[in-house]
Design a protein around this ligand. Structure first.
Ligand code: DMJ
Length: 568
């Protein structure tokens, strides 16, 4: 058997790595060391944030080599919106309050600009929703009806309304691009990637649950179900689909670019909205992914119909996968895959966009590292599940690599080529929304976002009703914007109660008492059964303050109305 130099080098790398694992697996970080890493992460964030504010705002992004700004995604001061809740995570109340005001007063969804439906959703709507839900904690004087109302929530909804025309297709799957002022261009291509079809349920579900308007959740669910129903006979989805016909136009199947967050949102949507349907969907895909896409502890690209491997590569975007595996309880496999991915990081000091697993080299024209968060995101999830200090060590290395290779005069730059660490004039907004946030959370064990349900805060609404909010279990959207399930539950319960009572009262005019009772029971069940339709496809409008006020428990309010109407 012949050994080539490359093979020897590869074996050496593995030996060094195993030694490294053996040494650091024993190593416990002291509190001071963790504090130091947290402080360095904070400095990194503020250096980039201030660079953006001083040199680039109100443009979307900072250009870190020329120290000026550029509009990339929609001319909506994207980095400011994306970074807002990271200020919250880092405990900067005054700057959070200042920026929340600026954003609420200046962001304009009525612009004649073409935007990506997906990016606007995850970065702008996600950022606004998360900041809205964080605002009380950050000392903002919230409105009486918060979290079911507030300026950032209203702004998020105005953006969502601008995206809705994209969903008006025969399949319910959205177009990729929409004009915020004019809707979908008649010449718009109907070909969209899978992720851009199936990554709305976290934000749109949140909007519906907070506002009581079911349309957003329904649209997002329909798109997801539609896509899911187009899986191949072996249970895989492709990379691009025609949203008018449902015909797949790119049949490569994997968990990376173009597909990634479709899977992520089944799991996160299921957790956030308590949807068994979404988890069932995920569980239907999972065995097919394990059978065909997973090769050893790598995930490759395969043909969605035959399952045959088409491209044996690792993509930096797919490094979120171990985090998702951890979320569904498969920690052992998550860790194994993470070790593979971190080995790629070690090879170059960062991960290239595409890495050939067979050649052990970056792919041509995909050699860059745009300061992506996915690897550190997975490290955080696996760390929270295992508390293994090796994961802190990995985080430390990532922090060090970015500090020493990407820093410029006014920010942090995309690495153009991971082999020579040359730089490119771009700092994506996700560096401030995700990469720095996940790093910070890894090094901040007492952060409020790590609350597992031991704490909560009771808010009293203007109608006297009470809700527990900020009670932990935060679900991060795919742009790392945390959403509080307790707030959703608080507002959703109100809206459902209102609808039930409204329905009950309407029925009183038409039915006998016994029919009324049985209908109520049926309706009560139906609200938990999601069939592409949260409530009914309508907006709940009710001006009766007694109905809007859920102060007494639901059955008491029914009694109240019983007293009013029974015997009429
Ligand atoms: C982010 O915008 C989101 O995480 C998205 O889901 C994938 N790409 C970037 C970060 O790499």
């Amino acid at each position: 058997m012949k050994f080539r130099l490359r093979d020897c080098l590869y074996i050496c790398c593995w030996c060094i790595y195993i030694l490294f694992v053996a040494v650091f697996a024993q190593y416990e970080f002291t509190k001071d060391e963790v504090d130091n890493m947290r402080q360095r992460t904070k400095e990194m964030f503020y250096f980039a944030y201030n660079g953006y504010v001083h040199h680039a705002y109100p443009h979307d992004e900072l250009r870190p080599l020329t120290c000026d700004g550029v509009n990339t995604w929609g001319n909506y001061s994207l980095t400011l919106v994306d970074a807002l809740d990271t200020l919250g995570v880092m405990g900067n109340n005054t700057e959070f309050q200042r920026v929340a005001n600026v954003v609420a007063e200046t962001l304009n969804p009525n612009k004649d600009v073409n935007v990506s439906v997906f990016e606007t959703n995850i970065r702008v709507i996600g950022g606004l929703l998360s900041a809205h839900l964080m605002s009380r904690h950050m000392g903002v004087a919230v409105e009486d009806d918060w979290p079911c109302n507030g300026p950032l929530l209203r702004l998020a909804e105005r953006f969502a309304q601008k995206l809705l025309p994209a969903f008006n297709t025969p399949t319910g799957m959205p177009y990729g691009t929409v004009n915020l002022l004019h809707g979908v261009d008649p010449n718009e291509t109907p070909e969209t990637c899978t992720a851009a079809v199936g990554t709305y349920i976290v934000e749109f579900g949140t909007l519906s649950r907070l506002t009581g308007k079911s349309i957003y959740e329904n649209k997002a669910m329909r798109a997801m179900f539609s896509l899911h129903s187009m899986a191949s006979k072996i249970g895989l989805v492709g990379n691009h689909i025609n949203v008018l016909t449902g015909v797949w136009t790119a049949v490569d199947s994997g968990v990376g670019a173009g597909v990634d967050s479709y899977f992520e949102y089944m799991v996160k949507g299921a957790n956030l909205l308590r949807s068994t349907d979404l988890m069932t969907m995920f569980k239907k895909h999972m065995p097919s992914i394990e059978k065909y896409v997973k090769q050893g502890d790598w995930y490759m690209w395969v043909n969605m119909k035959s399952g045959a491997v088409t491209i044996p590569i690792f993509q930096s975007l797919e490094a979120f996968w171990p985090g998702l595996q951890t979320m569904v309880g498969d920690i052992e496999n998550a860790y194994k895959t993470l070790l593979n991915y971190f080995e790629v990081w070690n090879q170059f000091g960062m991960t290239p966009e595409f890495y050939s697993i067979t050649q052990k080299a970056p792919y041509k024209l995909r050699e860059g590292y745009p300061l992506r968060p996915e690897l550190i995101e997975s490290i955080l999830y696996v760390y929270k599940a295992t508390k293994d200090p090796l994961l802190l060590q990995m985080g430390k290395q990532i922090l060090h690599a970015i500090e020493t290779t990407a820093k410029t005069e006014c920010g942090y730059a995309t690495i153009k080529d991971v082999r020579d660490h040359t730089l490119e004039n771009r700092m994506e907004s996700f560096f401030l929304a995700e990469t720095t946030k996940y790093l910070y959370l890894l090094f901040d064990p007492d952060n409020f976002l790590h609350n597992t349900g031991k704490q909560g805060h009771v808010v009293t609404m203007k109608d006297g009703s009470k809700c527990v909010v900020e009670a932990g279990g935060y679900i991060f959207n795919t742009e790392a914007h945390p959403i509080s399930p307790a707030a959703l539950h608080c507002c959703y319960k109100r809206h459902v109660d209102v609808e039930e009572i409204t329905q009950f009262i309407n029925d009183l005019d038409e039915n006998s008492y016994s029919e009324r009772t049985s209908k109520l029971k049926y309706n009560h069940k139906r609200k938990h059964k999601f069939k592409h339709n949260v409530w009914k496809n309508k907006t709940i409008v009710n001006n009766d303050s007694r109905l809007v006020c859920p102060a007494p428990p639901h059955h008491l309010r029914l009694n109240m109305y019983g007293e009013v109407y029974v015997g009429d």
